[in-house]
Design a protein around this ligand. Structure first.
Ligand code: ADP
Ligand code: MG
Length: 554
């Protein structure tokens, strides 16, 4: 099957106050799907580009040509949601200089007709799930994760326990993924809205504490959408899984200043490593897909696409030229003063048009995956046995995991749970059960009594070439199996536990809650004096509210 091209849209926003104060002229014209940019220094020199969509949002809704939030959603969001129901991975990402309208397009504002693609798509997802599901044999589940990539580090925005950076790993079967990133179970649009809001709060808190600006970080919102069909005749269950990735990229302006000139500070380069690499990946992919003798060239060039050079491109590998239906929205400033940046954004978008993705329907991935992963566990155990470390797996399963760096481990000797004991013998999922947070973590005394055996074990592992790696891989694989085996009820319980921790943390910091406990949206406590956190980014401004309590506050 020939792949589908990346859908590319551009959108121009109204002047902002700075541009108005400077008496800016509008240098963008649109006609149909064509966008034309005029060089303010040489007004006769203009360049035109064709896209799948050119959105004129420079004026007001009264203008017949004005492209509203809803129109953008109807063109791009609806199609991508449809693909998700078909079982494809989908991705929508927003590109453009800071202030050009990326977040407005992706998230928008929580007001009537102002919501962006992400909330509209999530709302529609649940409307469709609840509305068309008259089939008793069809069931749906939705899980979300929300992360931020800043200076090549990944931050979990939904789980306050995951304070540090998360590791980006590659599994031989699963490909690149973020280890320990929390995937939370949701049952309604409201749940998602709450999580998005909490995530944005977490992002604001982190940004404020570190004195960063959101314009330098990438926000990636993932929805894992699973459709299960039970066939009553054969008693078989088949499954389709779609990963929906919605990405609000960092401002593109720094990519140029660091990438092209390369004279900035190292930190500056790191901030943009992901974005510069994204540019290189897009150029490389565009070349593969447009070059002569496509097929001959493709294999050779594909191995040189620098996905691995940054966290963002590594994680979005499938979405860029792989197994995904992908759309890009490039946000444009209308003003003459931004000519260079806007032209560079248009060229970027023009290149992205040439990328083709080969999306496939993800049917029954988890059954197959669990089987393959279990085979992998078998292989790894054999390997360790062959190195004379087999007894360790059997006797010291706990300490091995500790050495390999597992955070939680169920002390199954103290655990009378019969199911657990069965699991223990059946496969290696005990260690992994613990990862779900369902089992008690080991007591300190249990740990210290093991310290001696850990030390001697460590010596033995060190003397066996490759064993450390095998143990690490074993641990990684078991963790993934456990995640795949987790029941929906367990997921809901875990999600609830994390929610309570998250809210307790915000309450502790003095961030105001609504009377009903929720924190969604902007609200003003009428009678209590409070401080409001302002931010240059409208998405973050007034996101946090701190009460001032009676007495002296410092
Ligand atoms: P970015 O995320 O690219 O840095 P924002 O989405 O925050 O930029 O947009 C900057 C400002 O411009 C915000 O106040 C936003 O509400 C406004 N804005 C952006 N696009 C539009 C649009 N199409 N219509 C109206 N206002 C917009
Ligand atoms: Mg933004």
């Amino acid at each position: 099957m020939a792949g589908a091209s990346v859908k590319v849209a551009v959108r121009v926003r109204p002047f902002n106050s700075r541009e108005m104060a400077k008496d800016s002229r509008c240098i963008i014209q649109m006609s149909g799907n064509t966008t034309t940019i005029i060089n303010p220094k040489q007004p006769k020199e203009n360049k035109s580009f064709n896209f799948d969509y050119s959105y004129w949002s420079h004026t007001t809704p009264e203008d017949l040509n004005y492209a509203s939030q809803l129109q953008v959603y109807r063109d791009i969001g609806v199609e991508m949601l449809q693909h998700a129901f078909e079982g494809y991975n989908v991705c929508i990402f927003a590109y453009g200089q800071t202030g050009a309208g990326k977040s407005y397009t992706m998230m928008g504002r929580q007001e009537k007709d102002q919501e962006g693609i992400i909330p509209l798509l999530c709302e529609d997802l649940f409307t469709k799930i609840n509305g068309c599901n008259t089939d008793n044999n069809l069931s749906y589940s939705v899980e979300v994760s929300y992360m931020e990539i800043y200076c090549e580090r990944v931050r979990d925005l939904l789980n306050p326990k995951n304070k540090g950076n998360l590791r980006v790993r590659e599994h031989p079967l699963l490909g690149p993924y973020v280890e320990d990133l929390s995937k939370l179970a949701v049952t309604s649009y409201n749940d998602i809205q709450d999580l998005m809001d909490s995530g944005n709060k977490a992002r604001t808190v982190a940004a404020t504490n570190m004195n960063e600006t959101s314009s330098r970080s990438h926000a990636v919102f993932n929805i894992i959408f699973t459709q299960k069909r039970h066939d009553t005749d054969s008693d078989n269950t088949s499954e389709k899984v779609s990963k929906i990735s919605l990405v609000d990229l960092a401002g593109s302006e720094r990519a140029d200043s660091t990438g092209a000139k390369g004279t900035r500070l190292k930190e500056g380069a790191n901030i943009n490593k992901s974005l510069t690499t994204l540019g290189k990946v897009i150029s490389a992919l565009a070349e593969v897909d447009s070059g002569p003798n496509k097929n001959k060239k493709k294999k050779k060039v594909e191995s040189h696409i620098p996905y691995r050079d940054s966290v963002l491109t590594w994680l979005l590998r499938e979405n860029l030229g792989g197994n995904s239906r992908t759309a890009m929205v490039a946000a444009l400033s209308p003003a003459d003063i931004n000519y260079d940046e806007t032209l560079s954004t248009l060229r970027y978008a023009d290149r992205a048009k040439q990328i083709r993705c080969n999306a496939v329907i993800n049917e029954d991935p988890s059954n197959r995956l669990v089987r393959e992963l279990k085979e992998e566990v078998g292989r790894l155990r054999d390997l360790l046995c062959a190195q004379g470390l087999g007894d360790i797996i059997e006797t010291y399963r706990g300490p091995i995991a500790e050495i390999a760096g597992l955070k939680y481990l169920s002390d199954y000797k103290n655990n009378n749970d019969k199911d657990q004991a069965v699991n223990e013998r059946g496969d290696l999922s005990t260690v992994t059960n613990a990862m779900t947070g369902m089992s008690p973590s080991p007591s300190l005394s249990a740990l210290s009594s093991r310290a001696g055996s850990i030390a001697s074990l460590h010596d033995r592992i060190m003397f066996s070439p490759g064993s450390e790696e095998a143990i690490e891989r074993l641990k990684e694989t078991e963790k993934i199996i456990a995640e795949l085996n987790e029941t929906w009820e367990e997921k809901l319980r875990r999600t609830e536990a994390i929610r309570m921790e998250r809210e307790a943390l915000l309450a502790e910091m003095g961030v105001a809650m609504r009377e009903d406990g929720g924190t969604v949206g902007v609200f003003s406590p009428k009678k209590t004096p409070h401080l409001v956190n302002l931010n240059e980014d409208p998405l973050m401004s007034e996101c946090l509210l701190y009460y001032i309590k009676d007495g002296i506050t410092r």
